[in-house]
Design a protein around this ligand. Structure first.
Ligand SMILES: [Zn+2]
Length: 421
């Protein structure tokens, strides 16, 4: 049987009408990690680029060794037939997962294949490499997806097309052990200024460099936050200088330092009118990043606007309640659709009951390498929104024009307002 998306996600008449009304709609992609395009097109690509990034969790969960995954993703000289042999045993286990769907949508809609097979992996690889040329981002993001702006939590502020991609400054980098302990080693020699105050000044310098590149937002993450205690944090930081060549931080010490680092970042956010995007849930030990940790931040800094990411999956109801109860918190459903469209349908439906319509952002694709997958992720997000709104239309709770208006808010206007684009 020929593969059709409708077999996976059947849209009824109202859903189809709403979905089609969104086809040319301008979109703000409210979260990405995309590389600068020159870096991306300088890489040689093959079929596996469609399974890089999040598919790692599913492929390794299905039994692929992590070092094999890393080689498939990063070794540009590995022959494509060897890559296929390493990939083939695991694909049947992950091909129905939501992480794989944007890859399959690209195969179907753009390359015209029902699926990736023994017969077409070489051809698919060649076609992906043909696409992989300057203008790739313009072609996919602007022309295919109608994306006006994409917010990028990037590691570099160089070589970006700043008309299209707006960078977020990553305070998240400055709460890592690597950053803190690296600074301690460097400043032990007397330069830059020692201690936590020196660290915060060094961080603020980096922030001001970022500000010159545009002013959109700050990327943070939930952690077991405590109200900032500068004296306690100073004592911990100073003690790092006398812990030998390889100082280590305990989790509790890291949280104390991170709370003071966040305090400086939130003051900068308030002074410069920047929204703070806050990752929650999903990765690794997701208990550490549960969305409830945002509550003391949101109440401690009522003048700062926080955009809570990923619905805190799996803590989705906590996240929705935070969006309802704290007026300086919006809900950004970036990444959620490719974690599970079914879960996202259910939670958006509950969001309509509980959260003001102007506090919800429906889409951010959240990719670094595979810009191709933005297209499929956006299509899935539109299908999700069509299903949710059509249900309300079907019950007579709103008409089609109201549904279209809400879709426009969720995909574009709300992100533009929340990030002051
Ligand atoms: Zn992300």
């Amino acid at each position: 049987m020929s593969f059709e998306w409708e077999t996976l996600m059947i849209l009824d008449k109202a859903e189809t009408t709403i979905f089609e009304a969104m086809s040319e709609m301008p979109v703000v992609d409210a979260h990405e990690h995309l590389l600068p395009e020159p870096q991306r097109v300088a890489r040689r690509v093959d079929f596996f680029i469609l399974f890089s990034t999040y598919s790692k969790a599913d492929l390794c969960g299905a039994g692929m060794a992590p070092d094999v995954y890393d080689r498939l993703r990063n070794d540009q000289d590995m022959p494509v037939d060897q890559k296929w042999k390493a990939f083939r045993p695991f694909y049947p286990f992950v091909r129905h997962g939501a992480y794989a769907r944007p890859a399959r949508i690209w195969l179907k809609d753009v390359l015209g294949y029902d699926d990736l097979t023994e017969d077409n992996y070489a051809e698919v690889s060649a076609r992906l490499q043909e696409w992989n040329a300057p203008g790739l981002y313009d072609r996919i993001l602007r022309r295919m997806c109608h994306i006006r702006t994409a917010l990028v939590a990037c590691e570099t502020y160089q070589e970006y097309d700043f008309d299209l991609l707006k960078p977020l400054w990553r305070v998240i980098n400055f709460i890592s052990d690597k950053s803190i302990l690296g600074f301690v080693r460097q400043s032990a020699t007397g330069k830059p200024g020692k201690g936590l105050a020196g660290y915060l000044d060094w961080m603020e310098e980096d922030f001001h460099q970022y500000l010159q590149r545009g002013r959109v937002g700050i990327k943070a993450i939930c952690f077991p936050y405590e109200p900032p205690d500068t004296a306690k944090a100073d004592a911990i930081f100073d003690s790092l200088y006398s812990r030998g060549d390889e100082p280590k931080l305990s989790p509790a010490e890291r949280y104390t330092l991170a709370s003071v680092i966040y305090d400086r970042a939130f003051r900068l956010a308030q002074a410069h009118g920047l929204t703070v995007a806050v990752h929650s849930g999903v990765w690794g030990d997701f208990r550490e990043s549960q969305p409830a940790h945002l509550i003391p931040m949101a109440t401690g800094y009522p003048g700062v606007s926080f955009d809570l990411f990923h619905l805190g999956i799996p803590y989705v109801r906590e996240a929705v309640m935070i969006g309802k109860m704290f007026p300086n918190v919006s809900l950004n459903l970036c990444w959620t659709t490719v974690l599970s469209p079914e879960l996202t349908v259910r939670m958006l439906d509950e969001c309509i009951d509980m959260v003001p319509m102007n506090r919800i952002i429906a889409f951010g694709a959240d990719y670094n390498l595979p810009v191709e997958k933005v297209y499929g992720h956006l299509k899935m997000a539109k299908q999700v929104v069509a299903r949710v709104l059509a249900k309300r239309v079907g019950r007579g709770e709103m008409d089609l024009s109201e549904a279209r208006r809400i879709a426009g808010m969720w995909f574009c206007d709300n992100a533009a307002g929340i990030y002051r684009l």
